[in-house]
Design a protein around this ligand. Sequence first.
Ligand SMILES: Nc1nc2c(ncn2[C@@H]2O[C@H](COP(=O)(O)OP(=O)(O)OP(=O)(O)O)[C@@H](O)[C@H]2O)c(=O)[nH]1
Ligand SMILES: [Zn+2]
Length: 225
Amino acid sequence: MDLEKHLKEIEAMGNDHIGSSTETPMRPDAFELSDIEKIASIKKDVQNIMHTLGLDLTDDSLKGTPTRVAKMFVQEIFGGLHPDRRPKASTFENKYKYQEMLVEKNITLYSTCEHHLLPIVGKAHIAYISNGSVVGLSKMNRIVDYYAKRPQVQERLTMQIVKELQQVLNTEDVACVIDAKHLCVNSRGIRDIDSSTVTSEFGGAFKNSETRREFLDYIKLDTEF
Ligand SMILES: Nc1nc2c(ncn2[C@@H]2O[C@H](COP(=O)(O)OP(=O)(O)OP(=O)(O)O)[C@@H](O)[C@H]2O)c(=O)[nH]1
Ligand SMILES: [Zn+2]
């Protein structure tokens, strides 16, 4: 999707999308600043936070931190906010006429909790049943990575991944389960190091309990982080 089309979609949504759809809530002016301008602006914000905390920004170890964090936000951990980074997932004809489900499991997932800006670490498991076209296996990992590189809630991330693959593969028959640890739960607040969060989205044929069971049997949810 090109940037202009993406902006038009955001505009057309008005404020209706906020909190109510699978879209990441973004402002229509989200891409008015270039990445370089965003890095310069965030650098100042991080400097201010560190200064407020009383840290000495002339210290050798600290002086590069504002730039490092700004680059990390814009280019890495929140890089998936920019539609230019959306992976190109071209499809191919299902020439083997493979009709069973295809499962891509244990996809490593690093995301960021949008409530605390702390890491979410886990595994995503995806399944689809071909409707005539197939997608390269790695494209599923790339789609997970793209949507994970945003401030997220796990429920929305799960739905965004399914929606994207449904569009790419032109079928409703897509499912995703995510099992992930939220550092905002594990390392602060309630500090429960062992708990993890499981979310799922079952489209089309996966709403059928037998099909869903088959997928869940393949992944077994023995997730190790
Ligand atoms: N539904 C959902 N909630 C999340 C997710 N990530 C974090 N949260 C929760 O969002 C809530 C944030 O709201 P608050 O209760 O205002 O946050 P808080 O006061 O820091 O809460 P504590 O973590 O309990 O200290 C917390 O309970 C988090 O555990 C997520 O992916 N999905
Ligand atoms: Zn959190």
